[in-house]
Design a binder for this molecule. Structure first.
Ligand SMILES: [Zn+2]
Length: 380
């Protein structure tokens, strides 16, 4: 069956043009300009952008990936899909090895089913001084042997490891992760400039939520942020929710790294799409007030604990607050994170041959429809 979408404004890496596209067998088969050659589903001039790719997400709709609960994970994926995220990596927070193993093995089933695009370990190999919303009592020193056991539980679906480069054993673990095809990401780290460079040299290629949970920029002590921004091999994650990072600092990072090395993430937790209240993030309690999630108790009470962001809101903010063009906003919400996952040959742009993962946006950039692998999740 062929689906034709007509009377669209198609957002491509090269710009925005009026046109149409056809979808066959879950893939985009043609993208054309002007009037469609045959009948089709007219979009009334609404925008078509590539489905969003969120590489750092802990939950939503009241569900939390760290529980490993498959029903919750399905609910999270559905919520974010309705907000345009068609490729989703499940992020786990620091937990005991038993809990991590159990959650990983359970979520690997959903990766096999195509619901999730992989699993990200945000802990336990992170800095106590920068652990944010991770339980400090459960942090561990990086160990290649131990990491391999966690990897095995994921049956090939562990895609990313956040690690603090300054910890003993970190550089070996980064090298091992990279060799195993796992993306090593630097973050929740107290590393300085030189230690961060050592982490990149060992194979780290992503900055976990740049600016958050790391030493800040200093003119004589540039710290990790400068090292991560200036290295052309590193993609920086940014949480564009208006809470985690000031828009001026987001613009600064974007001007330095460019859209080609910037991936917007949600870092969403259970309250995304579920409203204010009390929630769990792994073993910790979180209070959400006015959409802002903070740790409820302990030494770090008040620390930001994930977000309630969805990718469509991040897209709108990228255009309105950060001044990106629609093409650039699509790049930082889809193509660049797809490239991080090594999937940019299949995902990340509205062009012939790519998977038919599409978001239809109104003039106001609100989600009017979402298609995943050629099937409407919400029909415009
Ligand atoms: Zn996170």
């Amino acid at each position: 069956m062929t689906i034709t979408l007509a009377d669209a404004r198609i957002v491509t890496p090269e710009g925005v043009h009026d046109g149409w596209l056809t979808i066959e067998d879950g893939r985009i088969s043609h993208v054309g300009r002007g009037t469609a050659p045959g009948p089709g589903h007219a979009l009334g001039g609404r925008y078509v952008v590539p489905g969003f790719v969120d590489i750092h997400n802990h939950g939503g709709a009241g569900g939390s990936f760290p529980t490993g609960d498959q029903e919750q994970a399905g609910r999270i994926a559905s919520l974010h899909a309705r907000h345009g995220t068609t490729t989703l990596v499940a992020s786990l927070v620091t937990a005991s090895l038993d809990d991590l193993t159990r959650a990983t093995s359970s979520l690997a089933d959903l990766c096999e089913d195509g619901v999730l695009a992989g699993i990200h370990f945000e802990g336990p190999y992170i800095s106590k001084a920068r652990c944010g919303a991770h339980d400090p009592a459960l942090l561990r020193e990086p160990s290649v042997r131990e990491f391999r056991r966690l990897l095995a539980a994921g049956r090939g679906h562990v895609r990313m490891l956040t690690i603090a480069a300054e910890l003993p054993g970190a550089l070996d673990t980064i090298r091992d992760a990279a060799a195993a095809g796992v993306i090593a990401a630097l973050g929740h780290s107290d590393a300085g400039y030189e230690q961060t460079i050592a982490g990149i040299e060992a194979g780290a290629r992503v900055a976990t939520h740049l600016y958050n949970a790391m030493p800040q920029l200093g003119h004589r002590d540039p710290g990790p942020i400068a090292a991560l921004l200036e290295d052309g091999r590193v993609t920086v994650e940014l949480v564009n929710d208006g809470v985690h990072v000031h828009p001026a600092m987001l613009r600064l990072a974007l001007r330095t790294a460019g859209p080609g090395r910037t991936a917007l993430i949600t870092d969403a937790m259970a309250a995304a799409g579920a409203g204010d209240g009390s929630y769990d993030l792994g073993p910790l309690k979180v209070n959400v007030v006015d959409g802002v999630a903070r740790l409820a108790n302990g030494d770090a009470a008040g620390s930001i604990a994930g977000s309630t962001l969805t990718m469509d809101a991040a897209f709108r903010r990228a255009v309105r607050e950060l001044g990106l063009s629609l093409s650039e906003a699509a790049e930082v919400t889809s193509l660049t994170p797809a490239r991080v996952l090594g999937l940019d040959d299949r995902l990340g742009s509205v062009s012939a041959g790519r998977q038919a993962d599409l978001v239809v946006l109104t003039e106001d950039l609100e989600v009017a429809g979402v298609m995943r692998r050629g099937t409407w999740i919400t029909e415009p």
